[in-house]
Write a protein that binds this ligand. Structure first.
Ligand code: SAH
Length: 264
């Protein structure tokens, strides 16, 4: 009898944004422990009537792993349902280690991260040719200390795209520090709260000098992604460097380029 726990990315909130693989697994699950603070209960809607469903909101890490181990010991199909993708700020390894010790197999199903859902909601591209080709997924220092070399000021020195998780209550610190290192006050910032949560989703577009006030007005104080990027707002730009991928003169594995006047 195999003893196993599946760590499953639930996606950013919209039940349709879970993977087909995860949905199929939920259909067969005997026990689901979901992170109720960020995963809507609707994500368990495909489960069998006798599936044990528990919200982990009030549980400590030990209680979570004990619960998972207990369920898995009985040979059940056990799912730990996590918000977004389990590899990002999800305490994955803290949960996997006790399972390893208990001899329980582990498998992870990835999910759509809120960083991607926030970009989608705002119709933004996090990379643009000759603007930035780099995305930094990070957070700012609150109660969790940042490792050496990873302060916001150091990471932002690249002027690439920043997606800040878990940082909305520290927005004042974010804007202050970026201006201190030379970002223009009118640098664009987009905040998306509850990306993909239907009518609860809020999208706020502003600048380093306006965004804090805008978020206060919108009462955004949790479950929000902060995106700071030179690509923001590109939809309205008149001049755009086009991606080589779709350039008619660019040969790649699936298409032979043609020579045009402009490509000579
Ligand atoms: N593993 C998750 C992140 C968990 S940390 C992922 O991949 O998305 C929790 C933080 O993620 C929140 O503080 C917020 O910054 C962000 N977040 C989670 N769901 C969100 C959503 N639907 N919209 C905007 N931000 C969200």
């Amino acid at each position: 009898m195999s003893k196993k726990v599946w760590f499953v990315g639930a996606g950013p909130g919209d039940p349709e944004l879970i993977t087909v693989k995860a949905q199929n697994l939920i259909k067969t699950a005997d026990a689901i422990l979901y992170a109720g603070s960020l995963v809507p209960h609707a994500l368990t809607q495909w489960s069998k009537p006798d599936c044990v469903i528990q919200d982990s909101k009030g549980m400590s890490l030990d209680e979570i792993t004990d619960w998972l181990i207990q369920q898995a010991e009985d040979g059940k199909v056990v799912i730990r349902l996590q918000t977004g993708d389990p590899s990002l700020y999800g305490a994955l390894i803290e949960m996997v280690q006790p399972l390893d010790k208990a001899g329980i197999e582990v498998e992870v199903i990835p999910g759509i991260s809120s960083a991607m859902a926030a970009a989608a909601a705002a119709v933004e591209s996090l990379t643009l040719p000759e603007v930035t080709q780099t995305v930094i997924l990070t957070r700012v220092e609150g109660r969790t200390p940042m490792p050496k070399g990873e302060s916001l000021k150091e990471l932002a020195a690249h002027h690439s795209t920043l997606c800040l998780f878990l940082s909305i209550t520290l927005l004042h610190k974010v804007t202050k520090e970026l201006i201190e290192i030379g970002y223009a006050e009118d640098s664009p910032v987009t905040v998306v709260q509850k990306a993909s949560w239907g009518e609860q989703e809020k999208i706020v577009k502003g600048t380093l000098s306006t965004i804090k006030k805008q978020c206060q007005t919108e009462k955004i104080a949790s479950q929000a992604m902060i995106i700071i990027s030179p690509t923001l707002g590109a939809r309205d730009w008149d001049t755009l460097k086009k991606s080589k991928l779709y350039d008619a003169s660019f040969t790649h594995r699936f298409r032979k380029g043609i020579t045009t006047e402009s490509s000579k």
